[in-house]
Design a protein around this ligand. Structure first.
Ligand SMILES: [Mg+2]
Length: 374
């Protein structure tokens, strides 16, 4: 079997894109086609236009080649070899960031092909699932006003969720406003709901972030996510060493190399790699095992369509330091909810790992056609 084509599908909501922390406003799907008629799908959690350029760029010079040209004609079952070849031959512009994001979608699609070819779900190919279902947490953005929090919490609890995370928005700007938000959330949820807070990298000051961590402890917050921008590893380490609650981050990092730094220098308590950015399923596994060596749990990030969520469920189920929680983006946007033929649902706060061959997810081609940028 040989890779015969790679298709980059750009999707965008009809409304204007807003500068808010909502990555379900657009999406980029990768289809890897083979000469035997099997097609694998993957998703990249990045800028769709940048990803398109990285996949389709022709050879520019040695070690400076677009991903499609590197992959064409290769045996799609040789995933590790293809990963290394993409990594090396795109290293002029790749190595981290968007280059690795784009590789993630191709890697995911190759795992989908392998599963479909062998008639097995990806979690089996990866070594076997420790969990058949994982506790989901409703992941949503902070509203503008603390008064709006209670109905949001009640809604997710009513849907069956036992864990909720609020993130981004104005959190991290005015300490008193932040405290009010968290206070309202805890008041509405009661004591039995797991509550998490994501600062979206908004803090510039370790002292202030530590003060916030101490406040969050009062409301029994399970983890405090991404307090600082990604390069602030020494700030992270200072906070993590004094914080009374767990510090989590990882969605903006790619490859085992960045995660090793995050673990050793950033000293975080929980890592949150995104399969659509870290380097795909193959690289996610390596990152998770590095974390396991340091006794660090892995709670993967996922805030896009069901293609990303399906991939995430497979890896979350098979890693020994996973299966704790699965981020479940509760955005009502069509690219979040309607891109799969059979959308992944939570039931009583849990999501079941897909069992069909490959990633176990099929695209709803009508939705693709509706939102595709031609
Ligand atoms: Mg986050």
């Amino acid at each position: 079997m040989k890779i015969s084509d790679i298709e980059v599908i750009l999707l965008r909501q009809k409304e204007a894109i807003q500068a808010i922390g909502d990555s379900t406003q657009d999406a980029v799907i990768i289809k890897v086609h083979t000469d035997e008629g099997i097609t694998g799908i993957g998703e990249v959690a990045s800028s769709p236009y940048v990803v398109e350029a990285i996949v389709n760029a022709p050879l520019s010079k040695y070690l400076c080649c677009g991903l499609k040209q590197i992959c064409l004609g290769k045996d799609p079952l040789e995933i590790e070899k293809i990963w290394q070849e993409m990594y090396e031959q795109s290293s002029w512009f790749g190595l981290r960031g968007a280059g690795i994001h784009a590789m993630s979608g191709i890697d995911m699609a190759l795992w989908d092909i392998k599963g479909k070819y062998l008639g097995q779900p990806v979690y089996k190919l990866l070594g076997g699932a420790f969990h058949q279902k994982i506790r989901a947490y409703a992941s949503t953005l902070f509203p503008d006003n603390a008064k709006e929090i209670a109905p949001i919490v009640h809604n997710y609890v009513q849907q069956g969720f036992t864990a909720i995370k609020f993130g981004w928005g104005k959190f991290g700007q005015i300490l008193q406003d932040d405290i009010q938000m968290v206070q309202e959330a805890r008041k509405a949820s009661g004591e039995n709901i797991l509550l998490m807070i994501d600062a979206g990298g908004n803090y510039k000051d370790v002292t202030l972030a530590l003060q916030q961590a101490k406040n969050l402890e009062k409301y029994n917050v399970y983890f405090f996510e991404e307090p600082f921008p990604p390069d602030e590893l020494s700030a992270l380490a200072k906070l993590a060493q004094s914080s009374p609650i767990r510090i989590a981050t990882g969605e903006r990092y790619s490859t085992r190399y960045q995660f090793e730094d995050l673990i050793l220098k950033g000293k975080v308590d929980i890592i949150q790699p995104d399969v659509g950015r870290v380097g795909g399923i193959s690289e996610f596994m390596k990152v998770a095992f590095i974390a396991q060596q340091h006794n660090i749990p892995c709670i993967p990030h996922a805030w896009s369509s069901d293609v990303l969520l399906a991939s995430t469920l497979h890896v979350n189920a098979v890693i020994p330091n996973g299966g704790i929680l699965q981020e479940f983006c509760v955005s009502e946007k069509p690219l979040r909810k309607e891109l799969a033929k059979e959308p992944i649902q939570q039931k009583n706060g849990y999501i079941t790992i897909p069992k069909k061959p490959g990633l176990g997810i099929e695209l709803n081609e009508e939705t693709v056609e509706t939102f595709r940028i031609k």
